[in-house]
Design a protein around this ligand. Structure first.
Ligand SMILES: [Zn+2]
Length: 100
């Protein structure tokens, strides 16, 4: 097994974190992703960006890239997301009108 993020091979006693069925990352990459999350929560976007550059600068697998896109979307404000053309299978509960 290889890390979907950096391409590093899994060692015998190393535990990879499974992010998705086709996406597993090594401890280091998983730490980076958690850090990114923390920085985004703290609104420390500069540090978050640095981590993202690091993460993207490695041998990302295509599956990881897809996962990362979805991951990053979680941090975007709703109005920034907009319509991305070919996302078809995402029409579950988007029309929530709040009225009081
Ligand atoms: Zn890795």
């Amino acid at each position: 097994m290889k890390c979907s993020c950096c391409g590093k091979k899994k060692r015998l006693f190393e535990s990879f974190e499974e992010l998705d069925t086709a996406v597993s990352v090594c401890v280091e990459c998983s730490k980076k992703l958690y850090k990114y999350q923390d920085y985004m929560k703290e609104k420390n976007e500069n540090e978050a960006k640095k981590i993202l550059v690091e993460v993207k600068g490695t041998k990302n697998s295509p599956e990881f890239e897809v996962w990362l896109d979805a991951f990053l979307l979680r941090f975007k404000k709703k109005e920034d997301v907009g319509q991305t053309g070919n996302s078809s299978t995402e029409s579950s509960e988007k029309t929530t009108t709040v009225e009081e």
